[in-house]
Design a protein around this ligand. Structure first.
Ligand code: MN
Length: 713
């Protein structure tokens, strides 16, 4: 068990002016509240926070981090509250301890890659101070170091798997490689114990021989560097077991095929020295093409910098060499943490803001990031929190935009879940459907069969998916209503024409008709009748057998094409301009008569008097409202019959009274119906009914005339 004095010594070494009082007080408090608690190892519980604090000191973090590490389990495991911590150790420490406590309450269940990724993001999102993650990683590191004390094999494997899926990748993304490696190798031992032991045996088998090889190479490099006057340290390190195993698995190699079990490292003082050293290495051994990588010129997003090269010696051995400065070596080991702690006497706040602005810069210059799935994606949500992470009842994690509601969540799960959503529980409590979800919420959706989405939901949903699904549903509903209505209307009019809509429906003829109207399907045609865009009459016309003399395209004729005839102008047809108008010969309407229009096939509109027998015979669908145009001054034919006793000069007298009243005689036809009685049928041209009336009265005054009457022809 590490002692507090050792931790303090470490801190003084990298930060002589550290506020040690804070750490002392945290230690004393932690020891007091954890007093009597024991770890599974049998050690006092205090050993755990001490070890975690020691790891943070190894990462050269600030006193606030170390103090928070000493206190990281007190809210979770003792009677201490966040308020206690804040009043004794300040806001920062309390905030961090609280963050660690919250993280420890969420459990990761599935090792599915996507879920793992969401879980990692969730951890980053919840830890709004990156020091929370540092403590969480150190906590996990110490826990896995002491995993052997757990009794349950199943539990051990679960913790190891979670470490592999969540915490090792997090450490890698933050650039803390030494923690990543140790987490992976330890987890490996518990996840695949047989493979681990086998690999360990293989590595140890030729160890002696390999050690001689390592020493030879190191000596050769050192010799060369001394010769050219470069001061450096040369290291030869075995690769971690997990990385050897992964390489064998992913490239399908046997152990003997893995040539780079040992990685060499040359650490120098300045950047130019690194490139210089690289040149000298390539002068003694042949570089392998495409194996050179310049991470100094192009650092990794997590700040890692080094030159990587692989060379082969005269025996054909592959030698992997990393070249870097001491500063780069520090960053390579502790990543962001290296920039977080104390550096050349700079105060932590400056360093913190620098780290954040550095991250922000990277985010804003996305093109510099080659692998978008790397660390930055995750940190972005920490810096620009626009997402929330929530759980399903069985522990799956989903990400949603900030402000998302249970409705968004329901549609994310499934369209039907969204459509039938009637209620929601968040963390086991009923909430209203427009409640904003928060990271870590456990959301349960209550559905009711045959329940329908509400238009109101559109006012608060945040996701595109929910919005479009709700709109889609509303549109579908409108369409269904229109189809029902359209079908009813069509059914009615078809019946009127002694046609059965149902039997015509679904035939090729109906499909063709739909296409003629510009629709893809019959339903679309029916719906547009329901919407009122097309009249049922227009549809049924297509199915009425056409009389010989008539043209089928009534609409086309009604709306143009036909040249109007001369006596048009006297009639206004409601709603239609430029239409061919004819006057019925049967009833000869004149202005002043009540009239009606009758739509013919191909001959425009025929005007009848309203009480004309022929007009009454036509079907109501074909009738159209018409009125006389009072501004027009035309004359119209009308037929009258004059009955009288015959006498000399009678016809001349009648004709005289007609012309006296300014009406023209078009024709006259005289018949005798007895010896003395005569009947004259005149066709006259009059202006209107009033004009006609004057003419009729005038004729009546002619001697011997006993009946004057307008007649149908
Ligand atoms: Mn802990």
């Amino acid at each position: 068990m590490i002692r507090i004095t050792e931790i303090i010594d470490k801190i003084i070494e990298y930060n002589p002016e550290a506020e040690l009082d804070l750490i002392d007080r945290a230690y004393i408090y932690s020891a007091r509240v954890h007093d009597g608690q024991v770890r599974l190892s049998g050690e006092p519980y205090l050993s755990h926070p001490l070890e975690v604090a020691g790891i943070l000191a190894d990462m050269k973090l600030d006193p606030v981090s170390v103090a928070a590490a000493l206190l990281h389990d007190v809210i979770e495991d003792t009677h201490a509250t966040r308020e206690d911590i804040e009043s004794m150790f300040g806001k920062d420490v309390a905030h961090i301890v609280d963050g660690v406590t919250k993280l420890s309450k969420i459990a990761f269940k599935s090792s599915q890659e996507r879920q793992a990724e969401n879980f990692r993001k969730m951890i980053l999102a919840m830890a709004n101070d990156i020091r929370v993650i540092f403590i969480k990683l150190a906590d996990r590191l110490h826990n896995i170091r002491t995993l052997q004390f757990h009794k349950s094999e199943d539990r051990k494997r679960k913790i190891a798997q979670e470490t592999m899926d969540i915490y090792a990748p997090l450490a890698a993304r933050l650039g803390i490689y030494w923690i990543k490696k140790e987490l992976e190798d330890t987890a490996f031992r518990y996840i695949l114990p047989d493979e681990y032991e086998k690999l360990k045996g293989l590595v140890n088998k030729d160890r002696k021989e390999r050690e001689i090889f390592v020493e030879t190479i190191k000596h050769k490099i050192t010799e060369k560097m001394e010769e050219v006057g470069l001061t450096c340290e040369v290291q030869g390190r075995y690769k971690q077991f997990w990385s050897i195993y992964s390489k064998m698995e992913s490239q399908n190699l046997t152990f003997e095929d893995v040539h780079d079990l040992v990685a060499f490292r040359i650490i120098l003082v300045t950047v130019p020295q690194c490139y210089e050293a690289l040149g000298h290495i390539h002068s003694i051994w042949k570089p392998i093409a495409k194996k050179f990588k310049d991470y100094i010129g192009f650092p990794k997003p997590n700040m890692y910098q080094s030159l990587h090269t692989t060379v082969s010696n005269s025996h054909g051995d592959r030698i992997e060499i990393q070249i870097r400065t001491w500063e780069m070596d520090k960053v390579a080991n502790s990543g962001i943490a290296a920039h977080w702690g104390y550096k050349e006497g700079r105060v932590v706040d400056d360093s913190v803001s620098k780290t954040y602005s550095w991250l922000q810069n990277l985010v804003e210059n996305q093109e510099t990031i080659k692998d978008p799935d790397e660390f930055l994606e995750s940190v972005r949500i920490d810096l620009f929190p626009d997402e929330v992470y929530v759980f399903t009842p069985n522990g799956e994690i989903h990400s949603l935009p900030r402000g998302a509601t249970p409705i968004d969540f329901a549609y994310l799960i499934h369209t039907e879940v969204g459509n039938q959503c009637t209620g929601a529980k968040v963390n086991n409590r009923m909430v209203s459907l427009n409640t904003e979800l928060k990271t870590g919420d456990r959301v349960e959706i209550i559905t009711t069969k045959n329940h329908n989405p509400s238009k109101d939901w559109l006012n608060f949903v945040k996701t595109v998916k929910a919005r479009s699904r709700i709109r889609q549903w509303i549109k579908q509903q409108e369409k269904e209503r229109s189809v029902t209505l359209g079908r009813e209307m069509l059914d009615k009019i078809f019946r009127k024409h002694r046609l059965n809509f149902n039997s015509i429906s679904k035939t090729d003829d109906m499909q063709k008709t739909a296409e003629n109207f510009g629709f893809k399907t019959e339903d679309e045609l029916i719906a547009s009748v329901g919407y009122g865009k097309i009249t049922p009459l227009q549809v049924v016309k297509r199915f009425i057998p056409k009389p010989e003399e008539e043209d089928e395209s009534i609409i086309g004729k009604l709306t143009g094409k036909v040249q109007p005839k001369k006596n048009r102008g006297g009639i206004l047809v409601k709603g239609i301009d430029d239409i061919l108008v004819r006057f019925a010969k049967c009833c000869q309407p004149v202005p002043g008569d009540a009239i009606t229009g009758y739509i013919t096939r191909g001959h425009g509109v025929t005007i009848h008097r309203k009480n004309c027998v022929n007009a009454l015979k036509t079907s109501p669908e074909r009738q159209i409202d018409v009125t006389w145009n009072e501004e027009a001054t035309n004359s119209y034919p009308v037929t009258i019959r004059v009955r009288s006793l015959d006498r000399v000069g009678l016809l001349a007298d009648i004709a005289g009274s007609i012309s006296k009243n300014k009406a023209n005689i078009i024709s006259v036809n005289t018949t005798f119906w007895t010896k003395e009685k005569v009947e004259n049928v005149f066709e006259l041209a009059v202006e209107n009914t009033a004009h006609l009336e004057t003419v009729l009265i005038s004729i009546k005054k002619v001697p011997m005339v006993h009946e004057v009457k307008r007649i149908d022809r």
